[in-house]
Design a protein around this ligand. Structure first.
Ligand code: 3PG
Length: 308
């Protein structure tokens, strides 16, 4: 009997876990759960029996793969799979998948939650500003970027987007202005929101040069990954322009320096929570469970992200 392990340091909502379990057991597989684990050792022990693994931002590195001799498939219940060592998986012919789009709406809504919170001065009663008529640059026009555009239009914002992997026509159809370079995106928008993956091309790619281009009242929103920011460059921007604001669901490593020196010009969620809604937990968790059942029962490899 196949064993499917759900290993989530940050657990799914209870109902989502119950629904995942149902799908797994209905398919005749064994369900195993490891939540809120506090050490890597716990994960290494838990994966020893697993044929399939469902994770969130949990790290599946070479050591975890080595500790899982029976592992055939790992599904990241979410979008970004930078937490999986794809090469280590491929060497063992372990299929790695994600569940694209399933938690996108939760992340898109958080962008505006953080924006409103900030531009209304943390709701302290002082005079704030509005989003209507302001410019929003969307960096990465995948599932999240598209939803961000829809919501932004509801607020009456002017949107533009940059994504070298997406046709301009798609953006135009959505009423979003495509821009041809990342520089154009930063120079043309007071607000910029990041929806790019963390990979070799994007890591540390956003720093002083790009952020300096932003117009007066610049505000960067990062619900993607902290790794895409060049943190030294970020500090330089904070230092050089006192209008610059940074909102992140993924606090930078130098968060304490920013907190100490630039009070009132940042907001960082205490724990990454972009995808932490009942709906997103259910959508992504159930999709992961169904993908595993489809893989074992029909050899379905849709959404595979590694090659071997
Ligand atoms: C994702 O890549 O899907 C998001 O960053 C969500 O991550 P999480 O599942 O750890 O909340």
């Amino acid at each position: 009997m196949k064993t499917v392990l759900v290993a989530t340091e940050k657990p799914f909502a209870k109902a989502a876990v119950e629904n995942i379990k149902q799908i797994i057991t209905d398919a005749g597989f064994r369900f195993q759960l490891l939540e809120k684990y506090s050490s890597k050792e716990d994960l290494l022990k838990a994966v020893s029996e697993a044929n399939a693994l469902i994770i969130r931002s949990d790290i599946v590195d070479r050591e975890v793969v080595a500790a899982a001799p029976h592992l055939e498939i790992v599904v990241r219940a979410g979008a970004g799979y930078d937490n999986i060592d794809l090469a280590a998986c491929s060497e063992r012919k372990i299929v790695a998948m994600n569940t694209p789009g399933q938690n996108a709406n939760a992340v898109a809504e958080l962008v505006f939650g953080m924006l409103i919170y900030k531009i209304r001065n943390q709701f302290d009663g002082s005079t704030g500003t509005e989003l209507r008529g302001k410019t929003l640059g969307i960096y990465g026009y995948g599932y999240i970027g598209r939803l961000v555009a829809q919501i932004a239009h509801g607020f009456g914002m002017q949107t533009s987007a940059f994504d070298p992997f997406v046709d301009n026509s798609l953006m135009e159809k959505d009423g979003v202005k495509p821009v041809q370079t990342v520089k154009d995106l930063f120079s043309g928008n007071q607000y910029v929101t990041l929806h790019i993956p963390a990979n070799d091309q994007t890591k540390r790619s956003i720093g002083f040069d790009l952020l300096s281009l932003m117009p007066q009242g610049a505000c960067l929103v990062n619900t993607a990954r902290k790794e895409v920011i060049d943190e030294e460059g970020l500090l330089q921007v904070f230092e050089k322009r006192n209008d610059f604001v940074y909102l992140a669901d993924v606090a930078p490593d130098n968060a304490s320096v920013i907190a100490e020196k630039y009070a009132g010009r940042y907001y960082f969620t205490p724990k990454k929570c972009g995808a932490q809604t009942h709906e997103a937990n259910n959508n992504a968790g159930l999709a992961a469970a169904r993908q595993i059942v489809g893989f074992f029962q029909k050899g379905d490899k849709t959404f595979q992200v590694n090659k071997f």
